[in-house]
Design a protein around this ligand. Structure first.
Ligand code: 6V0
Length: 327
């Protein structure tokens, strides 16, 4: 990077404001990860639990000396999010052991109805990223409630699931997760599916990757086990510690950066589809270009007939839940 480019990058970071709705396990960890990476000049937290949001903001502020220049604020007044550039929505009930993400829909949709119009009022130019589960249904509901254009509001989707998939494939093949290129698409939930046919390790198609003894590394049995592991990952973390927070905090920070710095990264976010492989009018994760305006072009990933059938089934599952809640 040239000196001029570095200076411009620093200036941009100084002007930016990240707003976070919900200062729970996910919201507070996102704030922490964002501060560590120096994503924005101001990180603002809003939560209905005044004691909790003030305490989180204070705790984070006490560490400000050790991170790139930033300011943290927290309030139970939504005005604290005024003029945010990006707002990440994490308010909602926590997923309890044994509870599916769809079970959470009713309470979270009520929160969306109550808060979204106010958010649009205080931060009219923000890009909104939904994290609250069930994220695909919540994203669809939020679009309807807010009337925002579909590119300006999208869901965190399967970015974390894809990162879990890459971690497991990296473990299985003995290469770095950063060298694995693979996407989980569909619902962030039980009907999601990995796109095996287009995945690769380095420049080698994943299905052709061989072990040192020459055998194919990812036969059908191994792929099935890994796909199940990806879906079960969150449940296992929740069973052990009551919530998932670190990976989602890091992953959410990545997408915030893609928006704030107009990075045009391809990320599997959940957005409103319009004739994506023939699928329309449902929010679902597919690889898409994320930039300053929010979510851009959905990348037409090549799919086998079985993968396409899986994506269609996932779309039906999400649509059915949305319909159950009047959307
Ligand atoms: P948490 O720790 O219970 O925090 C939720 C916070 O939201 C609490 O502090 C509440 O006080 C607050 N809250 C509730 N209602 C409101 C409201 N009306 N206005 C403002 N704040 C409110 O939950 P956690 O942080 O663990 O999870 C939050 C949401 O993220 C849940 O829906 C999770 O299921 C979801 N996650 C989504 C993931 C994804 O990959 N999409 C991953 C992890 C969690």
């Amino acid at each position: 990077m040239t000196v001029e480019a570095l200076a411009e990058d620093t200036r941009r970071r100084r002007r930016t404001k990240l707003g976070i709705v919900g200062a729970g396990a996910v919201g507070a960890t996102l704030a922490y990860a964002a501060l560590m990476r120096g994503v924005a000049q101001t990180v603002s937290l809003f939560d209905v639990n005044a004691a909790k949001v003030h305490a989180e903001a204070l705790d984070l502020s006490h560490g400000i000396q050790f991170v790139p220049m930033a300011h943290v604020e927290g309030s139970d007044d939504i005005g604290v999010l005024a003029d945010s550039d990006v707002i990440v929505f994490t308010a909602g009930a926590k997923q309890k052991p044994g509870q599916s993400r769809l079970d959470l829909a009713e309470s979270t949709i009520a929160i969306v109805r109550a808060i979204l119009p106010r958010l649009v009022e205080v931060a009219p130019d923000a890009v909104h990223i939904m994290v609250t589960n069930p994220v695909d249904v919540v994203t669809y509901a939020a679009l309807k409630v807010s009337g925002l254009p579909p590119e300006r509001l999208f869901g965190w989707g399967t970015v974390l699931d894809s990162s879990r998939l890459r971690f497991l494939l990296a473990e299985h093949t003995g290469v770095a997760a950063q060298s694995v290129h693979a996407y989980v698409v569909g619902e962030h939930g039980d009907s999601e599916l990995p796109l095996w046919s287009s995945a690769s390790i380095g420049s080698v198609p994943l299905l052709q990757w061989r072990r040192p003894d020459g055998r194919i590394a990812l036969d059908e049995e191994a792929r099935g086990r890994i796909a199940t592991d990806v879906v079960q990952s969150a449940y296992r973390v929740i069973e052990g510690k009551g919530a998932t927070n670190y990976a989602i905090g890091l992953a959410a920070t990545r997408i915030v950066e893609a928006v704030l710095y107009d990075e045009r990264r391809i990320l599997p976010v959940s957005s409103l589809l319009d004739d994506y492989h023939g699928i329309s009018d449902v929010c679902l994760s597919v690889p898409a270009i994320v930039h300053a305006g929010g979510v851009g072009e959905r990348v037409q990933a090549p799919m086998t007939d079985a993968e396409l059938a899986g994506l269609r089934a996932s779309a039906d599952a999400v649509r059915e839940t949305a319909r159950r809640f009047g959307f």
